[in-house]
Design a binder for this molecule. Sequence first.
Ligand code: PSU
Ligand code: MN
Length: 308
Amino acid sequence: MSAGESDVLVVTEEVRTALTEGAPVVALESTIISHGMPYPRNVEMAREVEQIVREHGAVPATVAVLGGRPRIGLSADDLELLGSDPSVSKVSVRDLGVVVGTGRHGATTVASTMRLAALAGIRVFVTGGLGGVHRGAELSFDVSADLTELGRTPVCVVSAGVKSILDIGLTLEVLETEGVPVVVHGSDEFPSFYSRGSGFRAHHRLDTLPEIAAALRAHWGLGLTSGVVVANPIPAEDEIPADEIGAVIEQALRDLDERRITGSAATPYLLGRIVELTDGASLTANIALVRDNARVGAGLAREYAALA
Ligand code: PSU
Ligand code: MN
């Protein structure tokens, strides 16, 4: 379905025009704003990432549900509301109908942003990190809906990989089961968000954006309906060494267990706790990697638009 065909979506004029013309558009999520970073850095990051997408020749489309309306493309005031209003809930795919039906505000995760982006006809989506299989999932069954959504929705998600708050190996296994290609941009190792490496090899390494765009085109051209993961390692100058961040993550996971926080509250708690335990160093790294993903995602959207 292309822009304008879905009467449930509110698409800005700018995004609608770009989609109609086949110009590059990059979707951005909003849980990272509302539940992934503290105010006011979250709002600054959101504005800056939109700016980077523009500077690299694509139209940014930040996605959220505001007053029950799924929105594709937001204003500066919308970003401020998402970053500061405590009534904004975290909305995964399961929550979309309830939040829309009851007219509430919601910040969309990777999973629900993918779904709304696909409805609007957007193929490239930039974020920081993917959800995945939580450690201890054999008991908790906590596997992010981001993974099942990647299995069923044809959107390419550019991220810095998967944090080691999750079980990276099991996350890669589930992506394989779901038929989701995992492409690492310019590295032999799958990245772990704060660090360029993870100990897991890149299943596919592609070094240039035209090659990645050609892979996307071929994947969907074959009639495959799944998403694609493009993992872009954090720039070397911004990375936090794995052993340093590893100890912090272990502490944050112990604190999570002690407080018995589970379900959709787990990831936001861990992200906030890691920022506290690193005195903000993790936040600086997080913002740096999102910025780089925005640069890469915009370039990829341009290459893909040139092929399509
Ligand atoms: N990882 C991050 N920052 C984030 C998230 C994950 O480094 O903000 C958010 C994304 O919106 C992702 C969601 O889709 O958390 C996954 O949550 P859960 O584990 O509850 O599925
Ligand atoms: Mn979960």
